[in-house]
Design a protein around this ligand. Structure first.
Ligand code: NDP
Length: 298
């Protein structure tokens, strides 16, 4: 059997960002509307700083209005809450994103709940989770949305496919399962208590791994020809002992990629797969929110 086709996240992310930029330009010309994104970063988590910088840069590149609020790690809960409320009320802002994780001492649940669901471009508000589960128009979490775009662009019609999602988090596993269901897949959600996970995975035409355990999904868990979407991001030492001794690390997914490529039909690499779609989908969500808030379909 031939090797799996690699799903290149860079290609599809660039395509989506170009589509978003074209839509932003059209909204400006036809409706005088410039979609606006506000990102709140509390503290100095290094990974979050990288993500937030990228969100700011990419939204500006797409022609959006973009603001980043950087707050010190010891900012009190009520100050973060007040900022969210002011952004909710700001007509120039259509998307409000609170970068997670928050520093110790801040309680994320009430802060996420305070974001106007119609500006909740991370799709984490319970109202959006509820809308999604009922098949209503919702703002959908960005990584799951990116997975669906990759599947549609490669596999095509998903109706009737057996899909297995490993992981049931609010951020990734559950919304992906909902989106696959909406696409008329027959969906199984697996998790840490699933019995005989390899056998469950082997049933999948579409296998989504969202666990956070390096290379857990083995090649012999994969049905030949399946589409494998690896959401996992795990930092591990280099295999090369010299680099490892220098303390250098690299990113790997939840799937044993090299071996899995020999079995799967399509596969996303890590890095270079799903992760690249997340920011592009955030931009898409901001445009969707701007349109809906202004009564322009979406
Ligand atoms: P969580 O830790 O919130 O959830 C992990 C899920 O995996 C849980 O549902 C857990 O089950 C399940 N799980 C854990 N161990 C096993 C096991 N041995 N067998 C089967 N299931 C297991 O993680 P997230 O959903 O937030 O993230 C998952 C991965 O995706 C991480 O690597 C994260 O870094 C990555 N990620 C990537 C993004 C991207 O942009 N590419 C964005 C967001 C996340 P249970 O519920 O039973 O505990």
């Amino acid at each position: 059997m031939s090797e799996a086709q690699i799903i290149d996240g860079k290609v599809y992310a660039e395509k989506l960002r170009a589509e978003v930029a074209a839509e932003v330009a059209e909204l400006k010309v036809r409706h005088g509307l410039q979609p606006g994104l506000a990102v709140i970063l509390v503290g100095e988590d290094p990974a979050s700083q990288v993500y937030v910088r990228s969100k700011g840069e990419k939204s500006l590149e797409a022609g959006m209005h973009s603001v980043t609020h950087r707050l010190p790690a010891d900012t009190p809960q009520d100050e973060v809450l007040a900022l969210i409320q002011s952004l909710n009320a700001d007509p120039a802002i259509h998307g409000v994103l609170l970068q997670l994780p928050l520093p110790k001492g801040l309680d994320e649940k009430p802060l996420l709940a305070a974001i106007d669901p119609d500006k909740d471009v991370d799709g984490l508000h319970v109202v959006n989770a509820g809308r999604l589960s009922q098949g209503l128009p919702a703002l959908v979490p960005c990584t799951p949305m990116g997975c669906m775009i990759l599947l549609r662009e490669t596999v095509g019609d998903l109706a009737g496919k057996r899909a297995v999602v490993v992981g049931r988090s609010v951020l990734v596993g559950r919304p992906i399962a909902q989106l696959l269901l909406q696409a008329d897949c027959t969906v199984t959600i697996a998790h840490s208590r699933t019995v005989d996970l390899p056998a469950v995975c082997r049933e999948a035409d579409i296998l989504v791994a969202a666990v956070g355990r390096q290379r857990m999904i083995k090649a012999d868990w994969i049905k030949p020809g399946a589409a494998v979407i690896d959401v996992g991001i795990n930092r591990v030492p280099f295999d090369d002992p010299v680099k490892a001794a220098e303390g250098r690390t690299k990113l790997v997914g939840d799937v044993d990629y090299k071996a899995a490529r020999q079995v799967a039909g399509w596969i996303t690499p890590v890095p270079g797969g799903v992760g690249l779609m997340t920011v592009a989908c955030l931009l898409q969500n901001t445009v969707t929110a701007a349109k809906r808030l202004n009564g322009l379909d979406g």
